[in-house]
Design a protein. Structure first.
Length: 342
């Protein structure tokens, strides 16, 4: 039987690092590449920690984790990285082996997928890809698939749509009718890792619906999810819509770019213009003024995905489950609660 020391030698890290990774220690500061390498080697040898061996359930389940996002995207956006950590944490607690993990853009060994008790897929993929996977393995859990639900497939998602509507209503209640949206597009990945379609994000869909209901002209900038697009979008808004009252930003990394431009235009967020974002990532602690943002329970999303996968593996139910994880609007300086008129 393989030992932690042998895994450490093959992974080129210390035994202590291997132990902390396999026990889902999220306080350990290592790269995602290192985490994935250690887990891949441990899975190859079917290594189980003491906690997994002591798991009360005598049936040991294994799952495959398939990711639609690149490692670079995860490194730049804690949202997906924390969801993945949550999946590993909950699997560890339940004695479930994440026996295989892969990114579509790096290649997925489809022949292996029928051997696992369930598949967990993080991020948006194409409808064709969803049903190609389902033909291989019936037990699939989609994690934040971009607001798309399938009648015959379990999923977990944060309540982005309803929270977007709440933010827009609160901004409008403060006599701020000119509200722009800076958002990203969801690449729908096929099983070969190629992107042949893009989809509108649920926050964008909600924003357009809300504008129609209130007979307002939508002001949308949609592109990639990185801070540079936030810069480009905000620059365009400053030229095209100089009398904006507020900007809703679909992610904190985008908001970093937006705030940079507002500063260059001598606009003070929270005073001259309101800004509300999504994520409540660690990076917001280093932004001034303090960013009002929506706290997404990243780890809980991952935990819920594992519980659904275990349900499917146990065949505990014969219905589809869509789990919505609540979010929380954290008021800070760029939009304050006292501004809201009830």
């Amino acid at each position: 039987m393989v030992t932690i020391r042998q895994i450490a030698e093959e992974a080129r890290v210390s035994a202590a690092t291997v132990s902390r990774i396999l026990n889902a220690d999220t306080t350990l500061s290592v790269t995602d590449e290192t985490r994935e390498r250690v887990n891949r080697i441990a899975n190859k040898y079917n290594y189980r920690t003491r906690q997994q061996k002591k798991a009360p359930d005598k049936h040991h389940f294994s799952v495959a984790l398939l990711m639609s996002h690149s490692l670079e995207r995860e490194n730049n956006d804690d949202y997906w990285r924390h969801i993945k950590q949550g999946i590993y944490e909950e699997a560890q607690r339940r004695g479930i082996n994440v026996a295989y993990s892969a990114r579509f853009i790096e290649g997925v060994d489809l022949s292996r997928l029928r051997n696992y008790d369930a598949l967990i897929v993080t991020g948006p993929i194409s409808r064709a890809a969803v049903y190609e996977l389902k033909a291989i393995n019936q037990n699939i859990v989609l994690v934040d698939a971009g607001g798309v639900h399938y009648d015959d497939i379990d999923d977990v998602t944060p309540n982005l749509g309803s929270m977007t509507r709440r933010i827009l209503d609160e901004l409008r209640s403060t006599a701020q009718p000119n509200i722009a949206l800076v958002t990203g597009q969801n690449d729908l990945v096929d099983l070969d890792g190629q992107v042949r379609q893009v989809a509108e994000d649920i926050r964008t869909t909600t924003y357009y619906q809300w504008c129609r209901e209130h007979r307002l002209t939508p002001i949308v900038k949609s592109g990639s999810w990185d801070p540079q697009f936030g810069v480009d979008a905000a620059e365009e808004l400053m030229h095209e819509a100089p009398k904006l009252d507020a900007i809703v930003v679909a992610s904190d990394p985008l908001a970093v770019g937006v705030l940079k431009v507002l500063k260059e235009y001598n606009l003070v967020p929270g005073k001259d213009i309101s800004v509300v974002s999504f994520g409540d990532l660690e990076l917001v602690n280093y932004i001034a003024p303090l960013l009002t943002t929506v706290r997404l329970e990243h780890f809980k999303i991952g935990h819920a995905a594992v519980r659904l996968a275990e349900d499917l593996a146990r065949k505990n139910r014969d219905w589809v489950s869509w789990v919505t994880i609540p979010t929380q609007l954290i008021y800070r300086e760029t939009f304050t609660k006292k501004q809201i008129k009830r």
